[in-house]
Design a protein around this ligand. Structure first.
Ligand SMILES: [Zn+2]
Length: 99
């Protein structure tokens, strides 16, 4: 009888240890996964920051500038025309309509 109790105790201990090991392993894996996700997000943000801004050039004065600082319009033919300022856009339209 004592031997049986001892055996049960050993089995219970074994199960407990296995449970604890599994939990620790699970926590470790979750932490690793979170770390990897964080690193991936950081890397993506870095790549995004390194990408150069799209540049355009004014069709009138040929000035190069970032697209968001310029003024781009699409004509009836579907062609994109970019300008450094509203004045140059208007001047371009004026010259186009003259021809
Ligand atoms: Zn210009």
């Amino acid at each position: 009888m004592r031997a049986l109790l001892f055996l049960l105790l050993i089995i219970a201990l074994f199960l407990l240890v296995r449970f604890v090991i599994n939990r620790v392993d699970q926590f470790r894996r979750e932490a690793e996964w979170e770390e990897a996700a964080r690193e991936r997000a950081e890397k993506e943000a870095k790549i995004k920051a390194q990408q150069p801004e799209p540049m355009i050039h004014c069709e009138l004065c040929n000035l190069h500038l970032p697209e968001k600082e310029g003024l781009c319009v699409t004509d009836n033919a579907g062609e994109k025309h970019c300008f450094c300022s509203k004045e140059h856009l208007e001047q371009f339209i004026e010259e186009k309509t003259k021809n």
